[in-house]
Design a protein around this ligand. Structure first.
Ligand SMILES: Cc1ncc(COP(=O)(O)O)c(C=O)c1O
Length: 403
């Protein structure tokens, strides 16, 4: 008789944890590259990749090696002291972004909070916005994290409801609508904060010309263009940043997820001296931000991105993913949006919900995640190979066409 280790593991988690997530009933025990193995020895192709935190796959040997080496040297100093990974990490990351200052944090939400603080301070100290008046324009459908300030400008009731009183100072406009953005910007506006592609909203790609339009508007109005590339950045779309696809350079990059190489949380705000120069000792900080282990891992991630190989791989495999998924449109799938190895698939709502598709994919050995309603997001590790990608799309085809 085979022992079922999954059921008791699911029950224990259900019993002892807050139910702020609704995980699929799979209990991962090990992982390697694009594949994970559960407690009962079943293998699954991981096509969520930690919401892009695992762009380099599970336990990439070079990143694991960098972490091991650092574990044997020094892991934490706090920012009260410098350490020998800090300068090199920030230097390399700034160069990757073609910027000149880095403010490292840990989680993505912390980095977004940091960018908000920096933008407001820049507004008061550099732009000359009257005290307490700063406004930031954001887009409907955004996802920038879970802190009280960030959910204050979320348009998703599940993320926002019951967490008031909310932080003021944000104006929400429709995503992709330049005219609405222009109308919302005034002399109090310090920043436009947007995702160049909205990940949680279902890999929503704005209309061509939108990002260059945002760039132009921000320049003309003396407003910071803050690009949250936490999910879209670091190779996912086939370029280092999603902004690159439109030939646009923001004033501030907000980075996270893949920067930690799938090992530790590493995030950062990257910008110019003009912007990050507003921060002085005591203004902001985090005990773990830029710690030696995080910096060593982040440094290896940046080194891998500097070669451009992983971006090219995502671009090439992305073409193959797009051509396979496009064939499903009209066959259980209503629409597909693909950028690099990132895809949003809108299922025919009459067929099944996104959650149902994910559950059926699980039984076929593929891990995927729905976003909202009938939309499913695919974000396989960029180290996946074409045969696995083809097999995965075959599984989607089987589920949507048999249903
Ligand atoms: C675009 C974007 N910003 C911010 C965040 C928040 O990151 P974290 O969960 O690390 O706080 C996410 C997470 O999904 C994200 O996709």
């Amino acid at each position: 008789m085979t022992v079922d280790r999954t059921t008791p593991a699911v029950a224990e988690a259900e019993r002892w944890t807050a139910h702020n997530y609704h995980p699929l009933p799979v209990v991962v025990a090990e992982a390697d590259g694009a594949w994970v193995t559960d407690v009962d020895g079943r293998r699954y192709l991981d096509c969520l990749a930690g919401y892009s935190a695992l762009n380099f796959g599970h336990r990439h040997p070079a990143i694991v090696d960098a972490a091991h080496r650092q574990l044997d040297r020094v892991t934490l100093t706090s920012r009260a002291f410098l350490h020998d990974q800090f300068g090199p990490f920030c230097h390399a990351l700034a160069e990757l972004c073609r910027m000149d200052r880095v403010l490292p944090m840990n989680s993505g939400a912390e980095a977004v909070e940091t960018a908000i603080k920096v933008a407001r301070k820049w507004g008061y100290r550099v732009k000359g916005v009257p005290a307490g008046q700063a406004s930031i324009v954001v887009a409907a459908g955004n996802f920038h994290g879970r802190t009280t300030t960030i959910v204050s400008f979320s348009t998703d009731p599940e993320a926002r409801d019951d967490y008031g009183p909310y932080t003021p100072g944000f104006r929400v406009v429709p995503y992709g609508d330049l005219a609405a953005l222009r109308a919302a910007v005034d002399e109090t506006t310090v920043a436009v904060l947007i995702e160049p592609i909205q990940g949680e909203a279902g890999v929503l790609v704005p209309p061509a010309g939108y990002l260059p339009g945002v760039r132009q508007l921000c320049t003309e109005a003396n407003v910071l263009f803050v690009a949250d590339e936490i999910q879209s950045g670091l190779g996912r779309t086939g370029s280092t940043f999603a902004c690159d696809l439109e030939g646009v350079a923001p004033d501030v990059y907000v980075l996270g997820k893949a920067l930690g190489g799938g090992i530790v949380p590493v995030s950062a705000v990257v910008s110019t001296l003009d912007v990050l120069g507003v921060m002085h000792p005591g203004n902001h900080g985090s005990t773990f931000g830029g710690n030696p282990l995080a910096a060593a891992v982040g440094r290896e991630v940046v080194r891998m991105l500097q070669t451009g190989e992983i971006q090219e791989r995502a671009r090439m495999l992305g073409q193959s993913l797009a051509s396979r998924l496009d064939k499903l449109v009209g066959r259980g799938v209503v629409a597909v949006r693909t950028r690099g190895l990132w895809a949003g698939i809108d299922l025919d709502p009459a067929l099944m919900t996104g959650r149902e598709l994910c559950e059926r994919m699980l039984t076929r050995g593929v891990l995927v995640k729905d976003t909202h309603g009938s939309t499913v997001r695919l974000a396989p590790p960029l180290v996946i190979d074409d045969a696995d990608l083809a097999w995965m799309t075959d599984q989607i085809e089987a589920v949507v066409t048999v249903a």
